[in-house]
Design a protein around this ligand. Structure first.
Ligand code: 13P
Length: 248
């Protein structure tokens, strides 16, 4: 649902998938897609950035908290800027788990992305065990608070949030539209305690097994402003149909 002041956004997180051919297919299909009411962002593995022709918006899947130097395997915000990358996913649950990224490190990365004038797509979301013991909101609040403490609420004017319940990622088990809405409303309410305007205008994406056949219902929730898409972003036709759901 397009709420005044908030434009829907759909970002495709390819994770460690895709190839040169997929870059070509994606560009071809989106060249004539006519999606005027929403924004599309592709977050491919970084070696593919240079293959995009500049028509689709690009995002990275991760970013270094450092400017440059002896940090083998890392990519800097300056490098993203050179490739016209406008977004960077920060704090994805897979990086929090696989690379032991703490809330504090995630906050440093958000600060780094903002400093370079890019938009962080800050991911939050709970494991199933936390939801089961009723600590869902505390868990999400702690993830948000670490970043709020580091950069301050006013900087959230340039942040996109993504709620990705870990139990729904790559499992085919989507949060119901009501479950997504409940957490999105909590997140907006949490920010509103510090700044009502920032809270009203911030884009909050839902991620976790979004497909062409469930996108419309999820995106029609009042606090859901689009999606962060994993598996389905690797199929250009399926990804297009998700974007079309956000374009309505
Ligand atoms: P899936 O859409 O494959 O569940 O992945 C969601 C995700 O992790 C996007 O960042």
């Amino acid at each position: 649902m397009q709420v005044v002041g908030r434009r829907q956004l759909v970002a495709g997180n390819w994770k460690m998938n895709g190839d040169k051919a997929l870059v070509g297919k994606m560009q071809k299909i989106f060249a004539t897609a006519g999606l005027d009411n929403m924004d599309v962002v592709i977050c491919p593995p970084s070696p593919y950035f240079g293959l995009f022709d500049g028509k689709l918006k690009l995002g990275s899947q991760n970013i270094s908290e450092f400017d440059s130097g002896a940090h083998t395997g890392e990519v800097s915000v300056a490098m993203l800027n050179e490739f016209k990358c406008q977004y960077s996913i920060v704090g994805h649950s897979e990086r929090r788990a696989d690379n032991h990224e703490s809330n504090e490190l995630v906050a440093l990365k958000v600060e780094q992305v903002l400093k370079a004038g890019l938009t962080p797509i800050l991911c939050v979301g709970e494991p199933e065990s936390v939801r089961e013991i009723g600590k869902l909101f505390e868990f999400i609040a702690a993830q948000l608070n670490a970043v709020l403490m580091k950069v301050g609420v006013s900087q959230f004017a340039d942040v996109v949030l993504a709620y990705e319940p870990i139990w729904a990622i790559g499992t085919g088990k989507t949060a119901s539209p009501a479950q997504a809405q409940e957490v999105h409303a909590f997140i907006r309410g949490h920010l509103a305690k510090q700044d009502v305007n920032i809270a009203a205008n911030i884009i909050i994406l839902y991620g976790g097994s979004v497909k062409g056949n469930n996108a419309q219902e999820l995106f029609s929730q009042v606090d859901v402003d689009g999606g962060l898409i994993g598996g389905a972003s690797l199929d250009p036709q399926e990804f297009l149909s998700i974007c079309q759901a956000a374009n309505q």
